[in-house]
Every structure is written in C-alpha cells, then in structure tokens.
Ligand binder design. Structure first.
Ligand code: NAD
Length: 423
C-alpha cells in the first residue's frame, strides 16, 4: 500500500479551532467573559471500557464525548472511530459543530465523540460489542433532547442502529431520535447517506457560479473517497464537471480526461473500500493529488491536509472543504493571499447535519418525507447558508471562513444573551 500519512504541522486541531474563533471575534463586539464562554467546551466526557474480543480476551478502549455548546439546542455531532482520536481532536470537532449548526440556523448546539481504535483490525462482532458498550456508557449524557450522535469517519448507519437499539433497550423507550444517520428502516431519512456530499456539490456549484466558472469546464480533484468524497465526486460529475483526480488512504488516481467516479466507487467496494489498484487511471501520490492543476479541490479525508507546507503549491481556484478542519490557519493565510476561494467546512459539509436535523424532525413526528422533499429542503437550506456567508464576506471584506464564523458566533451570542446565564 502506498503510504499517505497526513502532513501534520499544527498537530492540535483544537488550537486551530480557537485561532479561527479568535479571528472572527476580532470583528465582533463580544465581552471577554462571553469570548471565554465560547472558547471552553461545556462538558467533556472520557470513558475507559472493556470489550470481550472474539478470542475470549478483554481489551480496553478509550472513548470521548464533548458537548461544546447547548446554547441553541441539544448538542449534535458525529462519532468517529480512528487510531488518532484524541480529546483535543474531539474538542475541536465539537466546537466546529456548534458553528456549523449555527451557520445553518439549526436548533442545535455542538458535540463530537470518538473511540481510539482502528476498526479494520476488529471483527464485525467486536465492533458491535465495542459500540454497544460505548453507547451504554453515553446514556447519562445523550438523548433525543440532550445530545444526538451521528456517523463520522469509520462509523455509519449500522453503528447508529446499534446505538439506537442499546439506548432504547436500556431506557425502555423506543427512541429513534437519539441518533441520526440510521438505516431508513430504523427511522433514518431518505437522502441522509448522500447528504454531506450533496451539500458539498450545492455549495461548490454556487461558488463556481459566483466566480463565473461554467461547471462543464470545471476540473475537480477529491481527496478522501468515503461517505463525503465519493458522493461529492459522482454528484459533481453528474453536474457536468470532470473528475481528474481522487485519492484515499491507499493512494491516488489521475486521469486528465476524467475518471468515472461511480466506476471507481464500484471498484473500491469490491476491494476493502480502497481505490488502490484501479486499472483505468494513473496512480499518483496523495501529495501530487493535492497540488494538481484544477478548478475545484475537495479535501474530504481528515484534518490538517492543507498546511503551510503545501498551500503555496495548490493550483485550485476553489477549495470546497468536505472534511472538517482540512486547512490550517497558516495555510488559510497563504490561500487568501493567493486569491483562492475557500468554502469553509462549517458551511460546505453542513449538508450532513442538515439532513440529520430533518431526520430528527421526522423521527419526532413519526411522519416521513420523500427523497425529493428532503433534497429540495436541503438545497434551499444550503443556499440560504451560502448566500448569508457570501454577503458577510462581501459587506465586511473578509474571507468566507471568517464570514461563516462571524455569522455563527453572532447567532450563538444572541441566544446566549437572550437566555441569560443560569441561575
Ligand atoms: P469515511 O471514513 O467514509 O471516508 C474517509 C476517506 O478518507 C476514506 O476514503 C479514507 O481512505 C480517506 N483517508 C483517510 N485518511 C487519509 C489520508 N491520510 N490521506 C488520504 N485519504 C485518507 O469518512 P467520511 O464520513 O467521508 O468523512 C470524511 C471527512 O468529512 C471527515 O473530516 C468528517 O469529519 C467529515 N464529515 C463527514 C460527514 C458525514 O456525514 N459523514 C459530515 C460532515 C463532515
């Protein structure tokens, strides 16, 4: 397997998240006490728990859940299974969820969780037992009105079904609304599995229109070929764009005449979800992928991929952040000076939490909408988010990330002030 280690310069994503917040606070009239309130996660939970492995041995795991904010509503955010999960990563991701929900005007705060694990080393039964035990440990702090988990890296609809079942069996109350991103038959929403990639596509189309780049002439590169990246790739292709490069943890592929994203996905599905060895394109490295000459670069893998080390070589005109935190603040400065438009993560990948919100609303009313209804609501909501952020960027002459933060922080502060501080 080709190595594809992410370049980590700012190893601490929470430091990055705080720097991004500070940039927005610079434009806002927020008291020092309120700023500190925004900087500090509301609640942090760590649990060490045992799981019986298939060979009969006990293995210990560490899991986290951080609720950054519950000001605008119940906490909301995904659960990630990855060997690099850390408390600071989860803190950063939970804070980004607060801003993302606020940018989209969803009635939620922000949360995130994770377990330090490489699930590919575990059997399906071991993953299920680990998930159920973690879900059991989370019961005091999650719930449809408290904190609603969802899928993230290496978790999916099946993981959510196990969490929903564990919660429902333990509390004695069938509770589909305790998690989103469930299978449709378990109370999930049509359109949820594609929602994040679809939102990336909608915001990218708006950015191309803003820059007067016809989508049919747009060359697109996608890093990360999972829930977000693969869907964004084939939806952009269906809109007429040419997908010239895609990459995942096993390496990257390049074809200047265009890859067929659905064909690559079908290949990956038959090869442990990896694109390595796909025969109809040239193999390149992940470093080469990120610096290909293109119109749109969609980082859709992990944090810290676009750093001070490679931002100077990026040749895209638009960066659509499918992943959370793919660009470091240092790289942001370089890209802004070079005139590259960034659709920031808290806007670009908000399609997932938006359809999660629609799923939760459907679960609470036990009444379900068609996929067309979901997609058209999603498009309208992404549109509102995109143009609200663009307007602030233009009016205040700031970059799109700072504009998105200004919008989000304003909304959180407004509610915090109206509610006041208990008691
Ligand atoms: P996923 O596990 O489905 O896919 C991740 C992809 O990234 C895989 O193709 C993997 O091979 C690749 N990858 C991992 N490490 C890599 C590396 N070092 N170099 C290159 N590629 C690498 O995860 P996902 O759900 O698609 O999430 C991807 C990103 O999008 C994450 O940052 C996540 O937080 C964010 N996100 C996901 C959702 C969602 O609904 N799933 C919503 C919002 C944001």
């Amino acid at each position: 397997m080709t190595t594809a280690t992410p370049k980590i310069e700012a190893a601490n994503p929470f430091e990055n998240a705080l720097q991004q917040l500070d940039r927005a606070l610079h434009y806002l009239d927020v008291s020092p006490g309120m700023a500190e309130f925004l900087r500090r996660p509301h609640r942090e939970f760590t649990v060490n728990f045992p799981v019986r492995m298939d060979n009969g041995e006990i293995q210990m795991f560490t899991g986290y859940r951080v609720q950054h904010s519950i000001v605008r509503g119940p906490a909301k955010g995904g659960i990630r299974y990855h060997p690099m999960v850390s408390m600071d990563e989860v803190r950063a991701l939970s804070m980004w969820m607060t801003w993302k929900c606020a940018v989209m005007n969803l009635p939620y705060g922000g949360a995130k969780g994770g377990i330090i694990v490489d699930p590919r080393q575990l059997s399906q039964g071991e993953v299920e037992r680990m998930t159920r035990r973690f879900a059991y440990e989370l019961i005091p702090i999650i719930g449809p009105d408290q904190d609603i988990p969802a899928p993230d890296v290496n978790t999916g609809a099946q993981t959510m079904a196990w969490i929903m079942d564990t919660y429902s069996m333990t509390t004695g109350t069938p509770s589909p609304g305790v998690v989103t991103g469930k299978p449709v038959s378990v109370g999930g929403s049509l359109g949820r599995s594609e929602a994040t990639g679809r939102g990336v596509m909608y915001t990218t189309l708006r950015a191309l229109k803003h820059l007067d780049i016809p989508v049919k002439e747009a060359r697109v590169v996608v890093q990360g070929f999972g829930n977000v990246g693969a869907v964004a790739a084939y939806l952009m292709q269906e809109e007429g764009a040419t997908i010239i490069g895609v990459g995942d943890v096993s390496g990257a592929l390049y074809d200047p005449n265009g890859l067929d994203a659905r064909d690559v996905l079908a290949y990956a599905r038959g090869h442990s979800n990896l694109i390595e060895g796909y025969p109809k394109a040239k193999a390149i490295t992940n470093e080469e992928l990120l610096t290909l000459e293109c119109d749109v670069l969609i980082p859709a893998a992990l944090e810290n991929q676009i750093t001070a080390a490679n931002a100077g070589q990026i040749k895209a005109r638009v960066i659509a952040e499918g992943a959370n935190g793919p660009t470091t603040p240092e790289a942001d400065d370089i890209l802004r000076q070079r005139g590259i438009m960034i659709i920031p993560d808290i806007l670009c990948n908000a399609g997932g939490v938006t359809v999660s919100y629609l799923e939760w609303v459907q679960d609470r009313q036990y009444f379900f909408w068609t996929e067309d209804e979901i997609n058209s609501r999603l498009e309208r909501m992404m549109d509102e988010g995109f143009y609200a952020v663009l307007k602030i960027a233009q009016d205040m002459e700031v970059d799109m990330r700072t504009a998105a933060y200004i919008l989000a922080v304003r909304r959180v502060v407004e509610v915090a002030q109206l509610r006041g501080f208990y008691p």
